[in-house]
Write a protein that binds this ligand. Structure first.
Ligand code: PLP
Length: 394
């Protein structure tokens, strides 16, 4: 049996129609299939590979850490230098907006932990999240999702969750003195890159302060440079009580984090102790990769790179009458008249060596989230190719 047949025979599937491209290797901004066909990765594994694939310095950092030690012990017991240094570095990147960090492994686990932390810290049990947001697939994170199609098969989920509409000012009244926290993204990724209105974000913050609810920003997609700042909250100048990171944080290895104050995060360490524990949290190899990834971003002046690259896509796509283009740093969306058209364009892009896909709650929108290290000529060429495909596909 060939590897394709084995994939379908032995590996459990997440949908009836996976891309099923047989991958030979990946390097830089390209993924290569078994026939050496190159695909320009314009989605970075859904906002993960901010530095592209197989970055030599990341590989070196992982190897160096492997020579010292790999996994040792459940999170939080032993002092492991890469973990401590990463926590320190993240605090530094936040300009001391946060002074404490809890490392974990996946995005959904960070969301789960934030839900528990908010309940424990406030003594309340109601949580508010936004409609059309994706925060992960475990039962807690899934409970935050408003879309019945994805949730109804798994009920009962966690009770006392209320949904508000992103950017809707009157919905903020749903946040009350019973609310433990509001969990939302700064920019709604899976809704097809919905941009925040400044007035809404600032009133959301004010409302949370008024009623004593924690404000949790899920920056699992927008964090670590993709917004054009280290974190999107810095771009908006609205500081949450808890910041969630994942995806790009581990520079290709699994790693997530909660950033907050020592006061809030210490809720996990008493009454009950071990409020959240996890075997592989803050894996030393992932922390070493993360530290190197941040260093690389620092050295390449990523803020300038992100705005320069984004401008190329803006300039090219603003001229196409058939689409609506939205962009937040290098998190971008091309909206088509319907889902079929979008799928057709995505297929054409893949045929033409450009890897892209759609959004969970916006199947009529095509996702573009390229590595932040894309070159100007790669960006120009890819944008032009996509424009030609859109113009020529009837
Ligand atoms: N939050 C957001 C905004 C996400 O986009 C995702 C994943 O796509 C998650 C949370 C869940 O992260 P993970 O898949 O690592 O559990």
């Amino acid at each position: 049996m060939n590897i394709r047949d084995l994939f379908f025979k032995y590996q459990a599937q997440t949908s009836g129609n996976p891309l099923a491209i047989i991958i030979a290797r990946a390097s830089g901004h390209y993924i290569y299939d078994q026939n050496e066909k190159a695909y320009l990765d314009l989605i970075s594994g859904i906002s993960v590979s901010n530095l592209g694939h197989n970055h030599p310095l990341i590989k070196e950092a992982i190897k160096n850490q492997l020579d010292e030690h790999s996994y040792l012990m459940v999170y939080g017991e032993l002092i492991q230098t890469p973990q401590v240094r990463l926590c320190q570095k993240l605090v530094e990147l936040s300009n001391d907006d946060f002074n404490h960090v809890y490392l974990l492994t996946t995005g959904t686990e960070a969301v789960e932990a934030a839900m528990k932390l908010s309940k424990r810290y406030t003594g309340r049990n109601r949580i508010v999240s936004c409609k059309n947001a994706y925060h992960g697939s475990t039962q807690g994170a899934l409970s935050l999702m408003s879309d019945e199609y994805f949730t109804q098969a798994y009920r009962p989920l966690i009770p006392e969750i209320e949904h508000i509409s992103f950017n809707n000012l009157s919905d903020l009244q749903i946040i009350t003195e019973d609310t433990a926290c509001v969990i939302c993204e700064v920019v709604q990724a899976e809704a097809g890159v919905q941009l925040p209105e400044m007035i809404w974000l600032s009133q959301l913050k004010t409302r949370c302060e008024q009623v004593g609810a924690l404000l949790v920003f899920d920056e699992i997609q927008s964090g670590i440079g993709r917004s054009g700042e280290w974190f999107a909250y810095q771009k908006e100048n609205i500081k949450p009580d808890v910041l969630l990171l994942g995806k790009a944080l581990g520079a290709s290895l699994p790693l997530s984090a909660l950033m907050s104050s020592k006061k809030i995060l210490s809720s996990f360490s008493n009454n009950p102790v071990l409020g959240h524990i996890s075997t592989f949290a803050g894996h030393p190899l992932a922390c070493a990769a993360a530290l190197k990834g941040i260093e690389i971003l620092e050295q390449m002046n990523f803020k300038l790179m992100v705005s320069g690259l984004a401008q190329i896509f803006i300039n090219t796509f603003k001229e196409i009458p058939q689409v609506t283009f939205r962009q937040y740093g290098l998190l971008m969306s091309l909206e088509f008249e319907n889902e079929n058209k979008c799928k057709l364009i995505i297929e054409e892009c893949i045929q033409n060596g450009i890897l892209t896909d759609w959004f969970l709650f916006a199947p009529n929108c095509m996702r573009l989230a390229p590595p932040l290290t894309l070159t100007i000529s790669e960006a120009n060429e890819a944008a032009q190719k996509i424009k030609d495909i859109i113009t020529n596909t009837k």
